[in-house]
Write a protein that binds this ligand. Structure first.
Ligand SMILES: Cc1cc2nc3c(=O)[nH]c(=O)nc-3n(C[C@H](O)[C@H](O)[C@H](O)COP(=O)(O)OP(=O)(O)OC[C@H]3O[C@@H](n4cnc5c(N)ncnc54)[C@H](O)[C@@H]3O)c2cc1C
Length: 389
């Protein structure tokens, strides 16, 4: 049986493992964590409506269900010319067929250590919970949430989870009857954060911010983070007892130190079939790949899964004699998400022809919760998968 090696046990890597197995490949998945972290539902960990455990899926359970093997180790070097990868334990493995699904690195900002991110290491969601609980116990304070940009690859900018957690914290403080004792500000360097969701979404967000006494500090570049403040390019200061900041994505150090082709943002350059430019039988998918396309394109979970499925299909055509045409990712690009607000949600959809944001009351919140259950139970084979999901 032809063997596919996959690096990364996130949303992209797991979907690739499942679909490569379905195509008939032997699969080994190399992951530094023994669990998949379901980032889209992790926004509820800091506000204590979801436990850390509930946002994870055990890799060994997934491997058992889909019959692939897992190597728990960190890849510390990738050599495309020699077609090998080096593990942290020093082992060098020849990998003829490889899928890289290692996610994204982060842009570096001075003083980043004074911030916590909902899009960082999974443990940061728990650190955020500790900070939020401490502020609630104190009964008042200043809270600043924001995200940064990456001029070299706008697809790697991630603001949605920042807004989601911001609204969830607001909702929690309101429920506790202490919201008016907190100053809550959202900051971003761009004049219109969230613009890629479309005009309607922007005006809806503005209405919600005004109605809920949420402040904004937009259009100023961030100079430096300190322990309890953000200093902007014009030396203006935003004080905060809790800084939640999502740096934009950037190619990871692992990719940067390899001989893989990268775009200006440090992500792995691929062709439309997800094959790495110029490297036969090596693919890159999900957040680690340079996604080309319209200005509004974004690195998202469902895009990572779609790339995983087409990669499995394309590998099967090349190496298992599967009939059919190779698939490409470009025609499947869109933005699709349910942006949770704690007591409701906004359904966001964007493609080349339309940009929608539909307000959904509590049912939207339940829909996102339901998706989390669907994701876990369908991956573990407890329930059938819906087509395309
Ligand atoms: C808080 C948050 C909320 C989100 N909400 C949504 C949403 O509502 N809808 C949506 O569509 N998308 C959402 N996204 C985006 C979505 O989660 C990502 O696009 C998706 O997780 C990308 O999957 P990935 O597998 O490429 O990367 P990741 O999920 O980051 O997984 C990468 C994996 O690779 C492993 N790895 C990395 N380096 C190595 C190494 N050197 N050796 C071994 N293993 C390694 C990591 O441990 C990790 O398990 C959200 C993201 C975040 C952070």
């Amino acid at each position: 049986m032809k063997k596919i090696s996959i690096i990364g046990g996130g949303i992209a890597g797991i979907e690739a493992a499942i679909f490569c197995r379905k195509e008939g490949f032997e699969v080994e998945l190399i992951s530094e964590r023994d669990y998949l972290f379901i980032y889209p539902i992790s926004i509820w960990i800091p506000v204590s409506t979801l436990s850390f455990q509930e946002a994870t899926l055990s890799l060994s359970a997934l491997a058992k269900k889909h019959n692939f093997s897992v190597i728990l180790n960190k890849v510390i070097a990738i050599n495309a010319v020699e077609k090998n990868i080096t593990l942290e334990n020093g082992e060098i493995r020849h990998t003829e067929h490889l899928i890289i699904a290692t996610g994204s690195g982060k842009m570096k900002h001075p003083g980043l250590e004074h911030t916590l991110s909902i899009c960082g290491e999974p443990s940061q969601s728990l650190a955020l919970k500790t900070k939020i609980d401490a502020l609630i116990a104190k009964g008042s304070g200043k809270i600043a949430f924001g995200f940064g940009g990456n001029p070299n690859d706008t697809s790697a900018v991630r603001g949605g989870p920042g807004f989601e957690l911001f609204f969830n914290v607001h909702h929690k403080l309101k429920k506790l009857g202490i919201r008016e004792h907190f100053e809550m500000t959202f900051f971003a360097p761009m004049p219109q954060p969230g613009a890629r969701m479309g005009e309607k979404a922007l005006s809806m967000m503005e209405t919600m911010f005004n109605a809920n006494h949420l402040q904004t500090r937009y259009g100023k570049k961030i100079k430096l983070f300190e322990n309890d403040k953000i200093i902007f390019e014009d030396d203006s200061i935003l004080e905060s007892d809790l800084i939640m900041f999502i740096p934009a994505g950037h190619g990871s150090d692992l990719i940067g130190s390899s001989d893989l082709p990268t775009n200006k943002g440090g992500f792995i350059r691929i062709d439309s079939t997800c094959q790495i430019d110029g490297i036969d039988s090596w693919y890159a998918i999900g957040d680690s790949a340079a996604i080309e396309g319209p200005e509004w394109r974004a690195k998202q979970g469902h895009i990572a899964e779609m790339m995983a499925r087409i990669t499995a299909h394309n590998l099967a055509i090349d190496y298992l004699g599967k009939n059919g045409d190779k698939q490409t990712y470009h025609e499947h690009l869109n933005i699709l998400c349910v942006m949770d607000m704690g007591n409701g949600a906004g359904f966001v959809y964007r493609d080349d022809t339309k940009a929608l944001m539909l307000p959904m009351p509590i049912v939207g919140h339940w829909m996102k919760q339901l998706w989390g259950h669907y994701y876990k139970h369908s991956k573990l084979g407890h329930i059938p998968r819906l087509p395309g999901l």
